[in-house]
Design a protein around this ligand. Sequence first.
Ligand code: KIV
Length: 273
Amino acid sequence: MSVAKDNNPKRVTVHTLENMALKNEKISMITAYDYSMAKLVDAAGIDVILVGDSAANVMAGYETTLPITLDEMIYHAASVVRGVSRALVVVDMPFGSYQGNSKMALQSAIRIMKETSANAIKLEGGQEVIESISRILSAGIPVMGHLGLTPQSINKFGTYAVRATTNDEAERVLADAKALEEAGCFALVLEKIPAELAKRIADELTIPVIGIGAGGHTDGQVLVLHDMLGITQDFSPRYLRRYLSLGDEILSAVRQYSADVKSGDFPNEREQY
Ligand code: KIV
């Protein structure tokens, strides 16, 4: 099936998301890293496409998200943008492109916006990245925050377990969420925290809160495309709903193709000139 490109769709903007949250209309968000997948995901009516630094895992095969570079994120993001007509495209700022240096953060964000034509950036962290966020916002670049499990800090935490399970940590995440809203973030991702805490944060914030492994009370949900399609087969956190077993489908299709080549069945009379 081919997917026709709608040349005059109603684009999703940060204000669309704000209005959706106000009207209690749930926001759907999913990752994409390349043109073909982005085109399909956009045609399916997803509201937000995240060019996640999870590309480091699912596209490049790294164990963590740390190695992916700004150049690589820009390559993925520019490919995604070329496939999208409607969704808001948000690009993750990779590890090392914004932490501890707000001027570098602004330069990185400007490169992403100039070289990809994406609509917004996302970065991980709370109070410690507020200066970077403010500087990026001062250039008119919308910023999405990310709290809870922040994979770029894996070496600090040592595990991908559920975050904010103690009162102290929960209060810290709530304070960070408020600081991000105050700083001007247009939305916030909460990853792998207790549903009750995510609900409290979503209730106390006015900006849209998008959850992943954060329960059903947030304004929207995000999943990694390769996980929900069943392309990644060895990653099964409790929050993940698999909508397809595409990994199995691909295996069986490629096995069949290989067998057909070896048996001489492919190509047949109709498949040649
Ligand atoms: O990189 C990513 O895919 C993400 C989502 C898990 C939110 O940050």
